[in-house]
Write a protein that binds this ligand. Structure first.
Ligand code: RIB
Ligand code: CA
Length: 316
């Protein structure tokens, strides 16, 4: 029996068009063992993001991976959602059947704690929504900290998309982000400086459409809706698949250029609340606490995406 060298990950998410693509990429990759999916309020209320996660599992044919519902509110601030980007359901656009799968009864925070404590310290957490669940788990059971292999976060950047200073995931719960970034666990951060390079243009969408299976067709529908809102809101000519970059890193870290930098989270500023203060020049003299992804090998990234989505069964 060969050793299973797949990378074990738990995706904590707020589906979310790009969250959905991240999940579908993880499921299809032979290099990933998806231990579980936990959900959090973010793009939409947590009941909606949980329903969306279950719908994505259904279309992926994912039966045996637990989905655990998590926090419905940030730790301190009032909840904000991104309905202008993802629609009222959190994943507007594609029409999907009701899922047959249901969420487990265990709260996401307890699921994370139990799985991490029972592990050999080989689980990577991949939070691609607000960091509320991760922070709550760290506070509830600090014994998980040495059991976390790495936290690969979609969030932050040297500029914002929710305020001029703050990216949405960090802004929604900056207090949670502060807890995670100060926890001392190994962090790799995928901020907007990187994820805006992962732009699914019409040309990329045509390549994915050419795959011709149910899942790739679903991905194209997600991208068409997501690109439309990014065109209207930000003037982009493509859909940045933010969250999928984190799973792509777990599949092949050589797709990315990263730098070890100090990142502090602003939780007080009138104009800067939720900012990831990235010390690009090392002027603070503080010890780096994050591996910050800054450069994407676009050609190899999209080739990996298309090749991996090809692994889903052809339409019958
Ligand atoms: O700012 C982009 C992030 O916010 C992505 O994770 C997207 O899904 C939304 O949650
Ligand atoms: Ca997300």
């Amino acid at each position: 029996m060969g050793t299973d060298d797949r990378r074990k990950i738990i995706i904590d998410c707020d589906p979310g068009h790009d969250d959905a693509i991240a999940i579908l990429l993880a499921v299809a990759s032979p290099k990933i063992e998806l231990v579980g999916i936990t959900t959090v309020a973010g793009n939409a209320e947590v009941d909606k993001t949980t329903m969306n996660a279950l719908k994505v599992c259904e279309i992926a044919g994912l039966r045996d991976v637990p989905v655990a519902k998590g926090a419905g509110q940030p730790l301190v601030r009032r909840r904000e959602t991104a309905s202008d980007i993802h629609g009222d359901t959190g994943m507007d656009g594609p029409e999907l059947p009701a899922p047959t799968k249901t969420a487990v009864s265990e709260h996401a925070v307890d699921f994370l704690i139990r799985e991490l404590l029972a592990s050999d310290g080989d689980i990577t957490l991949v939070p691609v929504g607000p960091l509320t669940n991760i922070a709550m788990a760290m506070r509830k059971e600090p014994a998980i900290l040495p059991k976390i292999r790495e936290v690969v976060i979609m969030g932050g950047g040297t500029f914002g998309n929710w305020t001029p200073a703050a990216e949405f995931n960090i802004y929604v719960d900056a207090e949670a982000a502060k807890i995670v970034f100060e926890s001392g666990v190994p962090i790799t951060m995928f901020g907007l400086d990187l994820t805006h390079q992962a732009l699914a243009t019409e040309e990329v969408q045509a390549r994915i459409k050419g795959i011709g299976n149910r899942v790739s067709d679903f991905v194209v529908e997600l991208l068409q809706f997501f690109m439309q809102t990014y065109k209207e809101v930000f003037g982009f000519d493509g859909a940045p698949i933010h969250d999928a970059c984190c799973v792509a890193y777990c599949i092949d870290p050589t797709l990315f250029g990263c730098r070890k930098l100090r990142v502090d989270i602003e939780t007080k500023g009138e104009f800067s609340y939720g900012m990831t203060v990235v010390d690009m020049l090392g002027v603070t003299g503080k010890e780096p606490n994050a591996n910050v992804a800054l450069q994407l090998d676009r050609d190899r990234f999209w080739t990996m995406m298309v090749d991996t989505l090809n692994n889903y069964a052809k339409k019958v």
